[in-house]
Design a protein around this ligand. Structure first.
Ligand code: NAD
Length: 246
C-alpha cells in the first residue's frame, strides 16, 4: 500500500460484489474514498458509502452520482464495472432482452460517466476504467448478446478516450477472462455437478485456473492511478493468456 490514491474519490458501479468489490477494496486500500453504486448494495463493504441505483435508470444514476459528490465534495475516478450476462447464440434472446443487456452493459457507462463528467473535468487526476471482457475480442460460443455488449464497451472506451483527451480525463478498460466471482459461482451452482463443472472450467483456462478478482483490481488500480498518466484508450487483458492464444 502506497497511498497513491490519497485524497481522490472513486465511484465503483457494481461495487457490492465480485470484481467491483475487489476494485473498491483495492482503491480504498490505496487511500481513495469510495462511493459504491449498485442496484443491490447488500454486502457492500462498510468502509464504503453505498448508493442504491440501477445503471439502466438515468434518474437513479443521477441521484446516486449527486449523492457521492455531496458526500465527498469531488469525484475523480469512475469505474464502470456493473454488468450482466446473457447466454445463447444470436437467436436466443428477444428484443426486450437485447435492449435490457445493452442498456446495462453499454448505455449504463454513458449514463454514469455523463453524470460524473462535470466533476471529472474539475479533477487534476481524472480517470475512467470500464470493465469489458475477453468476450470483447474473442468469439466465445453461445455468448452473442454478451459479446456484442462488451465489444461495444471496447469501442466506447476508445471513443471516450478520444473525446476527453484534451480535458485531461483518461479512459481505459480491462478485459478479464473467466473470474472467480459470485456471478460465475451462480453459473457453476446451476450445473448438475458444480465441483466437476468448476474443475472443467479451470482446465479450459490457459493458465489452469480462474482469474482472481484481485488480479483484475490490480490492473484497474494501475489504469486509474497517476502511474499510468500517459495511458489512455487502452486495454489490459487479465485473462491468463487467453488473448495471447488467439
Ligand atoms: P457479479 O454478479 O459478482 O457482480 C456484479 C455487480 O453488479 C453486482 O453487485 C450487481 O448487483 C451489480 N449490477 C448488476 N446489474 C446492475 C445494474 N443494472 N445497476 C447497478 N448495479 C448492477 O459479477 P462480476 O463477475 O463481478 O462481474 C463484474 C463485471 O465484470 C461485469 O461487467 C462483467 O461483465 C465483467 N466480467 C466478468 C467476468 C467473470 O468471469 N466474472 C469476466 C469478464 C468480465
Amino acid at each position: 500500500m502506497s497511498g497513491q490514491m490519497e485524497g481522490l474519490v472513486a465511484i465503483v458501479t457494481g461495487g457490492a460484489s465480485g470484481i467491483g468489490a475487489a476494485i473498491a477494496a483495492k482503491l480504498h486500500d490505496e487511500g481513495a474514498q469510495i462511493g459504491v453504486l449498485d442496484r443491490d448494495t447488500t454486502g457492500a463493504d462498510e468502509r464504503f458509502a453505498a448508493f442504491t441505483a440501477d445503471v439502466s435508470d438515468r434518474a437513479s444514476v443521477d441521484a446516486a452520482v449527486a449523492g457521492v459528490a455531496e458526500r465527498f465534495g469531488r469525484i475523480d475516478i469512475v469505474i464502470n464495472n456493473a454488468g450482466i450476462g446473457a447466454q445463447g447464440d444470436v437467436s436466443a434472446n428477444d428484443d426486450d432482452e437485447w435492449a435490457r443487456v445493452l442498456s446495462i452493459n453499454v448505455t449504463g457507462i454513458a449514463r454514469v460517466t455523463s453524470a460524473a463528467l462535470p466533476w471529472l473535468r474539475k479533477s487534476p487526476s481524472a480517470a475512467v476504467c470500464n470493465t469489458a471482457s475477453i468476450a470483447s475480442t474473442t468469439g466465445l460460443p453461445q455468448r452473442a448478446l454478451y459479446s456484442a455488449s462488451k465489444g461495444a464497451v471496447s469501442s466506447l472506451t476508445r471513443a471516450m478516450a478520444a473525446d476527453h483527451l484534451r480535458e485531461g480525463i483518461r479512459v481505459n478498460a480491462v478485459n478479464p477472462g473467466t473470474a472467480d466471482t459470485p456471478w460465475v459461482g451462480r453459473l457453476l451452482d446451476s450445473a448438475a455437478d458444480p465441483a466437476a463443472e468448476r474443475a472443467a472450467l479451470q482446465a479450459r483456462q490457459p493458465h489452469g485456473r480462474l482469474v482472481s478478482p484481485d488480479e483484475v483490481a490490480a490492473a484497474v488500480l494501475y489504469l486509474v492511478s497517476p502511474a499510468s498518466g500517459s495511458t489512455t484508450g487502452t486495454f489490459i487483458e487479465v485473462d491468463g493468456g487467453m488473448a495471447a492464444l488467439r
